[in-house]
Design a protein around this ligand. Structure first.
Ligand SMILES: Nc1nc2c(ncn2[C@@H]2O[C@H](COP(=O)(O)OP(=O)(O)O)[C@@H](O)[C@H]2O)c(=O)[nH]1
Ligand SMILES: [Mg+2]
Length: 328
């Protein structure tokens, strides 16, 4: 509890837009000092930020300590608890570009904010009870989604889809537990069979719901992490051609000279909304290719291939011995 109070007592800031050039970049400030900081750094006509209405924008400039202009900005005002973190929040919309946004952030930090840790705004949203853990996880999934389908699953989760299902299971289990407790007062032979049958049936329902929810975990993981598919085979059999054809772009060099691909190339290919992490590899040499069933030379796709997954790969692989992984 002590730690939690400390965490939430200070004011944090970060650049919230992606790095690189862009029309605008957004700096977010959250915490008790937000409006003092905003008043310090903002120059514009009309009242200072601390006297603005929530959910309004103000046009003006962010200035340095000496009053010199750093950037022309729009400021958006939000008041606790009606913000993402449930704290006082201000967004500064400045011009995009690495230097410019870093200068704005530096000014905000100079005025008293602390640089936010990765995910700290979402952490505050969680600590203040605005979102639960499954929703916090969904925020990251949504940001990192690599296909429409993955983004759709993250949005469902963010909207509380998983929370609702878990709560439902919990409530049903608690209601069975309550009824079981009530039956304890009765001697066993006086309990009507119908009561026990009903409890058994409801417990089966809880069990079924849990199994069903658990079965969606695998699909979620595939959408989140993608499926790793390695194109392996002898040099010059058309592995790079296959990768390019699937991606619809000339990502890998195709050549009739064997051994053109020297290093592995990884690209994401979306198949039915599922991100497939396609890996084109250098060819496998004759020496390690002398496995018993490896003679065909056809391009071969493995759905699992990594050091961690090598064990499982040997189970799924039909054509290559596990030792070939060192050539990839
Ligand atoms: N005839 C024919 N040639 C192909 C085919 N696929 C690839 N090639 C050619 O085979 C050569 C080697 O292809 P590449 O994709 O670089 O093979 P990799 O070494 O396995 O990556 C190139 O000259 C390609 O144009 C195919 O389906 N048919
Ligand atoms: Mg190649």
């Amino acid at each position: 509890m002590q730690e939690r109070r400390d965490i939430l007592n200070d004011t944090i800031a970060a650049i919230s837009t992606a790095a690189g050039e862009g029309g605008i970049s957004v700096i977010r400030i959250s915490g008790p000092d937000t409006y003092r900081i905003a008043d310090d750094i903002f120059a514009g006509s009309g009242p200072p930020p601390s006297r603005r209405e929530p959910f309004t924008f103000a046009y003006g400039h962010v200035t340095d300590v000496g009053g010199r202009m750093i950037d022309e900005v729009l400021m958006l005002f939000m008041r606790a608890p009606r913000s993402y973190t449930r704290e006082d929040m201000v967004e500064i919309h400045g011009h995009g570009g690495g230097i410019q946004s870093r200068q704005l952030l530096r000014r905000v930090l100079e005025a008293g904010a602390r640089s936010a840790e990765p995910g700290e705004f979402t952490r505050r949203a969680f600590l203040h009870g605005r979102i639960d853990l499954t929703q916090a996880e969904a925020v990251l999934d949504l940001i990192r989604a690599r296909s429409d389908r993955a983004a759709g699953a993250a949005i469902d989760q963010l909207g509380g889809f998983i929370t609702k299902r878990v709560t439902n299971i919990y409530d049903n289990a608690m209601s069975v537990a309550g009824d079981l407790e009530a039956t304890m007062d009765f001697p066993e032979d006086e309990l009507p069979e119908a009561v026990m049958a009903d409890i058994r049936q409801r417990l089966d329902g809880v069990d079924r719901d849990m199994a069903e929810l658990l079965s969606t975990w695998g699909e979620g993981r595939v959408l989140r992490e993608g499926v790793l598919a390695v194109i392996a085979g002898k040099p010059n059999v058309g592995k790079s051609t296959l990768l390019n054809a699937l991606l619809g772009s000339e990502r890998a060099i195709v050549s009739d000279v064997p051994g053109t691909t020297r290093d592995h190339i990884e690209e994401v290919w979306i198949l039915d909304g599922i991100p497939i992490r396609l890996v084109d590899t250098a060819g496998l040499s004759r020496k390690v290719f002398a496995g018993p069933a490896s003679g065909s030379g056809e391009p071969t796709c493995f759905c699992t291939w990594s050091r961690r997954q090598r064990e499982s790969m040997t189970k799924t692989s039909k054509t290559l011995p596990p030792s070939t992984s060192r050539n990839v």
